[in-house]
Ligand binder design. Structure first.
Ligand SMILES: Cc1cc2nc3c(=O)[nH]c(=O)nc-3n(C[C@H](O)[C@H](O)[C@H](O)COP(=O)(O)OP(=O)(O)OC[C@H]3O[C@@H](n4cnc5c(N)ncnc54)[C@H](O)[C@@H]3O)c2cc1C
Length: 416
């Protein structure tokens, strides 16, 4: 059923009894043209673009849990393209352009909200660094505005400008950045892929990748073996585990990242704001809760929950930035597992095993990449060669030394 004002009105007055399932409860076939392991945002978007852009519809997405149960439904919903290195800037801005047309493409309300992303700075050297980043963005055709203290005050009057521990000097603002409702993205892609014939198979864990003579030919799953000509891995925090099934070792570590939501408040913050003197950021959801995020917990783990020390650290940073937050009650907290590459940039490429493709290494920032990642990964799988936008994102760069060191911190992606 096409979602429209008319269908909403019709179902509204007839008691909402006739909405069909958003996607079928598919059972696995013995063979597919392509299998995507992982039903997160990236896996579902890949299946959608395989069907839409390349007419490859005999595709299965295999998800060990449920759609939206991974990071795609656990993140803090921020989208932006304020990167520094050309490869990342072009890739993430392509993603922004796909976000801008996503609701029409998918016929689904993913609540894309371009409310702007404001990065605060608190010192002269930090202003220089942000001015440089803003210039790099503008040279690449991306929107960026360097704001002084008064302009920041107008944009975000709840910040502390009078007596702050780290006085605010200004900010770098990307007006096209913002938020998107995270789990709606998973549901929207799942529904759109399913309507083009893709099988979405939940509760189906891939236990092994079957490969013979240097070529991947299928997977063993908790629902039995399934064969395919092409297999794409898009399992985010589990990338190194799944790649290891074929003996591939990756420069990826898995770390926990937490998110926090407060009680609902009246409109309080109408952009996304990141603190420049600690790892903290805040936005306000459409239900009114403030959504906070911070740094990694700092140890390797596959547990989707975080520890108290980082919670304490995030709250301290939040109150330093906006003392009025001290009065707000925190309602919920959870964690997700991050696939951290050693240069902070992602991997979307073929592997040395024929028919096996890899998508991973998204660090803390893979949600905003979802549309471009799906588009480029689908291209790589369908054509057996990268799209120009993901050509730099190879595994090989760690062997050859052509790193994409976005944060300039070398092999320590967790350092500020
Ligand atoms: C707290 C938090 C805040 C974040 N904030 C942001 C943000 O504001 N902006 C941003 O851009 N990014 C953010 N991120 C990062 C972003 O969420 C991830 O980089 C991105 O969602 C990862 O891609 P995905 O959606 O495909 O992952 P997932 O949704 O995790 O999908 C991977 C799927 O693979 C499945 N899987 C794993 N192993 C197997 C197997 N063996 N067989 C079958 N299925 C398997 C998993 O169950 C999972 O559903 C945040 C992450 C967290 C945790």
């Amino acid at each position: 059923m096409k979602y429209s004002e008319l269908s909403l009105l019709r179902e509204g007055i007839t008691g909402h009894k006739n909405w069909p399932r958003a996607w079928r409860d598919a059972q696995p076939k013995k063979r597919y043209d392509a299998i995507i392991i992982g039903g997160g945002g990236h896996g579902l978007a890949t299946a959608y673009y395989l069907a839409r852009e390349h007419s490859i519809t005999n595709v299965a997405v295999l998800e060990k849990g449920w759609i939206g149960g991974g990071n795609v439904g656990r993140n803090t919903t921020i989208i932006r393209s304020n990167y520094m290195l050309p490869a990342n800037t072009h890739f993430y801005d392509f993603s922004m352009k796909l976000w801008e047309q996503q609701e029409r493409d998918l016929n689904f309300n993913t609540m894309v909200s371009q409310r702007g992303v404001l990065n605060l700075f608190h010192s002269d050297p930090q202003r220089d660094a942000f001015a440089r980043r803003g210039n790099a963005m503008r040279l690449a055709g991306v929107d960026a505005e360097l704001l002084d203290k008064e302009q920041v005050r107008q944009l975000a009057p709840r910040l502390d400008f009078e007596n702050a521990r780290f006085p605010i000097e200004g900010g770098l603002f990307q007006p096209r950045g913002g938020t998107v409702r995270h789990d709606a993205v998973a549901w929207g892609y799942a529904r759109a892929a399913d309507s083009r014939g893709v099988d979405i198979i939940q509760n189906c864990e891939v236990i092994d990748i079957i490969h013979e003579g240097g070529k991947a030919i299928g997977v063993s799953t908790s629902k039995g073996p399934i064969h395919a000509d092409k297999i794409g891995i898009a399992v985010a925090g589990h990338t190194s585990q799944v790649a290891k099934m074929t003996g591939i070792r990756l420069p990826i570590e898995t770390h926990v990242l937490q998110a926090f939501v407060t009680e609902g408040l009246k409109p309080f913050v109408d952009t996304v704001i990141t603190f420049g003197a600690g790892h903290f950021y805040v936005s306000q959801s459409d239900k009114g809760g403030l959504v906070f995020g911070g740094d990694l917990d700092g140890y390797n783990s596959y547990a989707q929950r975080g520890g108290f020390p980082m919670m304490h650290h995030v709250m301290a940073a939040g109150v330093a930035m906006m003392p009025s937050l001290g009065r707000v009650r925190l309602l919920r907290q959870w964690g997700g597992v991050m696939d951290m590459t050693m240069d902070g940039s992602p991997i979307i490429c073929k592997t040395d095993i024929g028919g096996l493709y890899l998508n991973g290494g998204w660090c803390y920032g893979g949600f905003k990449a979802t549309p471009a990642s799906g588009f480029c990964f689908a291209h790589t799988i369908a054509k057996d060669e990268p799209h120009a936008l993901n050509a730099p994102f190879t595994i090989d760069r760690f062997r050859t030394g052509h790193l994409l060191d976005e944060k300039g911190v070398g092999p320590n992606p967790w350092i500020q």
